[in-house]
Design a protein around this ligand. Structure first.
Ligand code: 2HG
Ligand code: ZN
Length: 482
């Protein structure tokens, strides 16, 4: 792709449009925006730190004039490299657009800027007796704009649905710098194609979101957390179809396999029985009386399903601790191993056990540790391929193992990414899931929205380009890419 560069002349032109404090060029400032949680730093040529939404249209008009790439970034917590400026150009940080503009208790909506941290909205909504369900594990650090770009999920999504289900309206800036409002401010709306839904999950490749109107719910009156210990993973996995059959809808069904349990055991001293090789962290919410009944039904179902024990975690600090341990698994496994490749496949609920058995076999065949945890109730598993040494042959084996793990998900009717997106990291495998006709249709959609290809280039469809090969090479070697 033949993109324009940020030359001194062009920068001067932009300086005429945006205040100096928005434009960061010093190398150490650029470095602060170079990486996300994929840990593959790529330096932009320029960082534009938007202080007000009205600064985005002139930036994009300027970028369109010179065909300069613009990669939007929220809090940089993405795991697939979606915010990496892989073709250089401008890294547009939306982190400072962090105002909650309105919480409307009658319409039960929140109007927010994209840089608002998920937890900040949760807390603001709770103060008004309201509730924003999507809760990615990174909720304390990830931004709502990033959640929208990746259609983020989280534990509560098993009952409440993913980010897309809570987005009513988006204010966006298109690739030519023009602005548009996508979706009505109503609960319903069926006029034309839903462009709003197309932008949610488009990883910043179709438009830049500058404001969102999100749906809220009344805060559930009560929540109860349960821990169920199973002697083997199969029994734990079988609980998801069992809950479906019994008509029980927990508000979270998270799991850890035996290896994940081993890693967090010391964080929960004395809590996890030695014989436990599959753990479920379950929650139900709603009216007090219903929660009482649901938690009993969940407990009984688990015991019938072979649980060694089921504990009810009383609210407050203990519940917080359990969730903290679950949410910290990604970080803790990264620290505990020399190399970690984390996936987020999803399979239909009746294939979860089969997937987990297959994943363990694939791990053994590659002589690697494959650990699993995540959003069991959505069939969304974080299969982690882990190695204690970080040399080239091991990395090659890890890649081969990932090939098989992703292929297995698709074979079972699943997807290669349930929540983290394609970004840079999953591009080589997109063809496993999308046939050429659908890939072509998707590329034509991209072409219609962004004919010059300046919005977050190098993502989703770029896996055959030289730049993509260079990045995958760097991913294999664990080196910086520039
Ligand atoms: C989680 O659910 C996150 O903890 C991160 O989606 C998963 O890094 C991971 O494997
Ligand atoms: Zn997750």
């Amino acid at each position: 792709m033949d993109f324009g560069r940020v030359t001194d002349d062009r920068l001067r032109e932009l300086q005429g449009e945006l205040p100096p404090e928005c434009l960061l060029r010093e190398p150490q400032r650029l470095e602060a925006f170079a990486a996300d949680e994929l840990k593959l730093p790529v330096l932009p040529e320029l960082v534009v730190e938007a202080r007000e939404a009205r600064q985005v249209p002139p930036l994009l008009r300027w970028a369109a004039r010179h065909r300069i790439p613009v990669t939007a970034r929220g809090a940089g917590t993405g795991l697939s490299g979606g915010a990496l400026p892989v073709h250089g150009g401008v890294l547009l940080s939306l982190a400072r657009l962090d105002r909650i503009l309105e919480i409307d208790p009658v319409n039960q909506t929140a109007r927010v800027e994209p840089g608002v941290i998920n937890a900040a909205l949760q807390e603001a909504a709770a103060r008004r007796g309201l509730f924003y369900p999507p809760d990615p594990s990174s909720w304390e650090s990830s931004s709502l704009g990033g959640n929208i770009a990746h259609n983020a999920g989280g534990p509560r999504c098993v009952k409440y649905g993913v980010t897309r289900d809570w987005v009513m309206q988006l204010r966006v800036v298109l690739a030519d710098g023009s602005e548009a409002t996508l979706g009505p401010a109503t609960r319903k709306g069926v006029v034309g194609y839903s462009l709003r839904d197309l932008v949610v999950g488009s990883e910043g490749t179709l438009a830049v979101v500058t404001q969102a109107l999100l749906r809220l719910l009344p805060k559930p009156e009560a929540t109860r957390t349960l821990l169920a210990f199973f002697p083997d993973l199969d029994a734990a996995c079988a609980m998801v179809p069992a809950f479906s059959r019994a008509g029980i809808t927990p508000s979270a069904i998270e799991f850890m396999d035996g290896e994940a349990i081993r890693i967090v055991r010391q964080e929960l001293p004395g809590e996890l029985p030695e014989a436990c090789a599959g753990l479920l962290l379950l929650e139900c919410d709603g009216r007090e009386a219903a929660v009482e009944q649901d938690s009993l039904a969940i407990g009984e179902a688990c015991l019938e399903g072979g649980a060694l024990d089921v504990l009810v975690a009383e609210g407050g600090p203990r519940r917080e601790k359990l969730w903290e341990v679950r949410r910290s698994l990604s970080r803790v496994t990264r620290r505990a191993f020399a190399r970690k490749i984390s996936e987020d496949i999803a399979v239909p609920l009746d294939r979860i056990g089969e997937y987990m058995r297959g994943a363990r076999t694939i791990g053994r065949e590659h002589d690697l540790l494959v650990l699993g945890y995540g959003h069991l109730g959505d069939g969304n598993i974080h299969v982690n391929v882990l190695a204690t040494v970080d040399d080239s042959p091991t990395l090659q084996r890890m890649r081969a193992c990932v090939d098989r793990l992703l292929a297995l998900a698709v074979e079972l009717g699943g997807t290669i990414s349930g929540e983290h997106g394609v970004g840079v990291a999953k591009q080589p495998w997109i063809g496993l899931e999308l046939p050429p006709t659908l890939l072509d249709l998707q590329k034509r959609i991209k072409q219609a929205w962004d004919p010059q290809g300046i919005l977050n280039p190098g993502k989703i469809f770029d896996w055959q380009s030289d730049r993509a090969r260079e990045l995958f090479g760097a991913m294999r070697e664990g080196e910086k890419s520039n």
